[in-house]
Design a protein around this ligand. Structure first.
Ligand SMILES: Nc1nc2c(c(=O)[nH]1)N[C@H]1C(S)=C(S)[C@@H](COP(=O)(O)OP(=O)(O)OC[C@H]3O[C@@H](n4cnc5c(=O)[nH]c(N)nc54)[C@H](O)[C@@H]3O)O[C@H]1N2
Ligand SMILES: Nc1nc2c(c(=O)[nH]1)N[C@H]1C(S)=C(S)[C@@H](COP(=O)(O)OP(=O)(O)OC[C@H]3O[C@@H](n4cnc5c(=O)[nH]c(N)nc54)[C@H](O)[C@@H]3O)O[C@H]1N2
Ligand code: SF4
Ligand SMILES: [Mo]
Length: 678
């Protein structure tokens, strides 16, 4: 492997630095960042990655507001005063790290090393800041393991089971489709670079179908819009499958040679007539028949499957049934035909090689059960909680239980963060973290097929440090390692990318985004095959454990007291809760006129949303853009964005999805009432 050294940009005067956006977004944009006298003055999209096409979202264009925000954590600090009050006193890095090392050793002596719980999700979602030196550190220590299930657990399990995570249809190939089905996905907020290709396909004559309880921007321009009750996609998809078989539109010949489990899936779909699925989902039966008709007759047809349909008790089965559709209808094998789910695994990056410590057999904690883990787990109790890359008070189910857990006087909480989040306020020690404009990372798209080098464009703000510095230093302090990895050197970076041909690794280091080898614009079942044992689609993967039985349906959890389904989808203002500090005003609950009028709620009124788990006070946005029976609050709100300091997750149960232990954000069932007139 070539010896390459990554150096920070030489000139800290006026310069434009090429880098990439690693945030949790499918698009993985290439960026040009302008720096003047060491400060970021402009962030823009570049043309280095074709899919970026020179433009980026507003969130990252203004990311400098986070970098220099008054809530930015500038130095390590220890708690002064009550937990959660947010009062801290500055200490040095040495003092902070010594204290953390001391408390970890104390916890190990008293309760065993599994009493330390690392708690993290994507953070900036880069390859080096995530499941890397952090994993090495916690494995060496023998800490509890975390099942990272807050997102994409059911969709990931479904995609693995059916197709071994086959690479998906690329964004630009949507222009070749004649029928596009956008299912549980809102790319206008969550991955904007797909939208222009969908619009171009429409200009080329393609039909667009959107399946979403909310009228999203794409739903507004769709040829057919289906608004299911949240959590009912499984019957909808199964009824389409049934209809395809009954109308002779299942591609039996293709299925015979490329799929297994066909008869079992057919049997599972058989009870779901269009009428019964329409009744269960609240969709008009004629609209469902229209979709079945189009999907049975129009090719190429592509499904953009998102994550909206996974976040409920049926999320895994629903995603499996949706992903089975292109196989049943014989949609693979042509450009613009098939599906796109997540492309996150196409790189085959092997961080394990560098981590070099096997996964320990220690206690496994499902991250959706954080509140329970903190309050109820006894053997051993959670004594040290180490939060990084995550803001669980804002983003994880059952907010009240989590807060009660974080208030435990005998819990020692470390939070490594960029800004003073709602979670950091409960820390015993806060450590300042760099942003992606201040450290090295590798960014890989999970929609776009790009892998880029992320490099520091400015010096770390304040005393902030990247994750690997913190974990490597702590490893040394705890006597777990002698040698530390310097990510300014290329070694670790290149090792991670060593599955790439050498030229590609060198290109990445030279700031050229690299496209997944052999997987740019793949035609499914031609250029890429399922990564299953026999390269076939496994339509009834019996090894999958489902709480409902495979393709089994669990009914709506609504009650008379809490009849409304609360969803909390991605908004264009934040990435999960990242940038939530910049949200200026009180959040608004989308509620349909049909639900608002009987409750005497008018647009702009102050309202309470409540169930047995909690209560949120905010304002009403009365709009026909949400289906009756469903209400919607933005995902990722901070406490300051509501009137009483609680957000959607205060109303979300910590029940788990049918498959893979995922979060059931959209199984929150609530009542809404007037609080005060506008
Ligand atoms: N701007 C922005 N971009 C983001 C993010 C963000 O927070 N903000 N988050 C990033 C992350 S972490 C992820 S995982 C992705 C998520 O990307 P998406 O999947 O596009 O986002 P979601 O908002 O979770 O869900 C998509 C849609 O599903 C709908 N929905 C909710 N429940 C159901 C249901 O039961 N059935 C159906 N059919 N639809 C339903 C919602 O109304 C929403 O419009 O986006 C990423 N990109
Ligand atoms: N109600 C509801 N809740 C949801 C969802 C929903 O649909 N509804 N969606 C869920 C989804 S899809 C996801 S992916 C999760 C995400 O939930 P989280 O993992 O909590 O994601 P973020 O809110 O983006 O918080 C990440 C934090 O990491 C910090 N960070 C970023 N980079 C670094 C770094 O390099 N080092 C360190 N130490 N910290 C860093 C950021 O400042 C940020 O505060 O939220 C989930 N929460
Ligand atoms: S968040 Fe997504 S759209 Fe915005 S710059 Fe990053 S990759 Fe691009
Ligand atoms: Mo996510």
């Amino acid at each position: 492997m070539a010896e390459l050294k990554v150096a920070p940009p030489k000139s800290w005067g006026h310069s434009t630095v090429h880098t990439a956006c690693p945030l949790d977004c499918p698009d993985c944009c290439s960026l040009d960042v302008t720096v003047e006298r060491g400060k970021v003055v402009k962030i823009d999209g570049s043309h280095a990655a074709p899919s970026t096409d020179g433009y980026i979202c507003g969130k990252v264009r203004h990311f400098d507001r986070r970098v220099y925000h008054e809530d930015r954590i500038l130095h390590p600090a220890v708690r002064k005063g009550a937990k959660g009050a947010g009062h801290f006193e500055r200490v040095t890095w040495d003092e902070a790290l010594d204290l953390i090392a001391e408390r970890m050793l104390e916890a190990r002596d008293k309760f065993g090393s599994a009493s330390v719980l690392p708690y993290h999700y994507g953070g900036s979602n880069g390859v080096l800041t995530n499941e890397f030196t952090d994993a090495r550190f916690f494995r060496r220590f023998g800490a509890s393991r975390l099942a990272r299930t807050v997102c994409a657990a059911p969709t990931g399990a479904a995609a693995v089971a059916l197709y071994g995570r086959m690479a998906g249809v690329s964004y630009d190939d949507y222009e070749a489709a004649r029928l596009i089905v956008v299912w549980g996905c809102n790319p206008s907020a969550s991955g904007i670079h797909l939208v222009s290709h969908i619009k171009q396909a429409q200009k080329n004559g393609a039909k667009l179908v959107v399946i979403d309880p909310r009228r999203t921007p794409l739903a507004r321009i769709a040829d057919l819009y289906l608004a299911p009750k949240p959590g009912t996609d499984l019957p909808v998809a199964l009824s389409l499958i049934r209809q395809l078989f009954h109308r002779g539109q299942a591609d039996l010949q293709w299925l015979a040679s490329h799929a297994t489990g066909v008869e079992e899936l057919r049997a599972a779909a058989e009870p779901w007539t269009i009428e019964r699925a329409a009744e269960e989902s609240g969709i008009d039966a004629a609209a469902m028949r229209q979709l079945a008709d189009w999907y049975g007759t129009i090719s190429p047809a592509v499904i953009r499957c998102g994550w909206g349909q996974e976040r409920n008790r049926n999320g895994g089965g629903a995603t499996m049934a949706i992903l089975a559709l292109p196989a049943i209808a014989g949609k693979f094998g042509v450009r613009g035909g098939g599906y796109t789910m997540s492309n996150s695994s196409v790189w085959g990056i092997q961080a394990e090689k560098v981590i070099d410590v096997p996964v320990q057999d220690s206690r496994l904690v499902n991250m959706n059960h954080l509140g329970r883990a903190l309050l109820d787990y006894k053997d051993p109790p959670v004594s040290v909680l180490f939060v990084y890359n995550c803001n669980p008070v804002a983003t994880v189910p059952d907010q009240n239980r989590i807060i009660r857990g974080l208030m435990r006087e005998d819990l020692f909480t470390v939070v490594h963060e960029q800004v003073m989040t709602d979670t950091a306020a409960y820390a015993d020690v806060v450590l300042p973290a760099t942003t992606f404009l201040e450290h090295y990372d590798l960014a890989k798209g999970y929609g776009a097929y790009h892998l880029h080098l992320v490099q520091p464009v400015i010096q770390p703000v304040g005393e902030s440090r990247p994750n690997h510095d913190v974990f490597e230093e702590l490893s040394v302090r705890l006597g777990l390692t002698e040698e530390t990895l310097d990510l300014g050197e290329c070694g670790a970076l290149l090792d991670l990318t060593s599955r790439l041909p050498e030229g590609h690794a060198a290109a990445i280091m030279a700031q050229q985004p690299v496209i997944a080898p052999g997987q740019n614009n793949p035609i499914q079942f031609v250029d890429v095959m399922p990564k299953t044992s026999d390269q076939k689609a496994h339509l009834f993967p019996a090894e999958v454990e489902s709480q409902n039985g495979l393709y089994g349906y669990a009914p709506d959890p609504a009650t008379d007291a809490h009849p409304l389904a609360l969803i909390s989808p991605a908004s264009e203002h934040t990435v999960s809760s990242t940038l939530g500090e910049l949200r200026p005003s009180v959040a608004r609950l989308k509620i349909s006129p049909a639900d608002a009028h009987p409750r005497a709620i008018a647009d702009g009124d102050q309202i309470r949303i409540f169930n047995d788990l909690g209560e949120v006070h905010c304002e009403a946005h009365v709009t026909p853009e949400i289906r009756p029976g469903t209400v919607s609050l933005p995902k990722g709100l901070w406490k300051k964005s509501t009137l009483n300091g609680f957000t959607s997750n205060a109303l979300v149960p910590d029940s788990l999805t049918d498959i893979a232990g995922g979060a059931c954000f959209n199984d929150a069932r609530v009542q809404v009432a007037l609080l005060a007139r506008h």
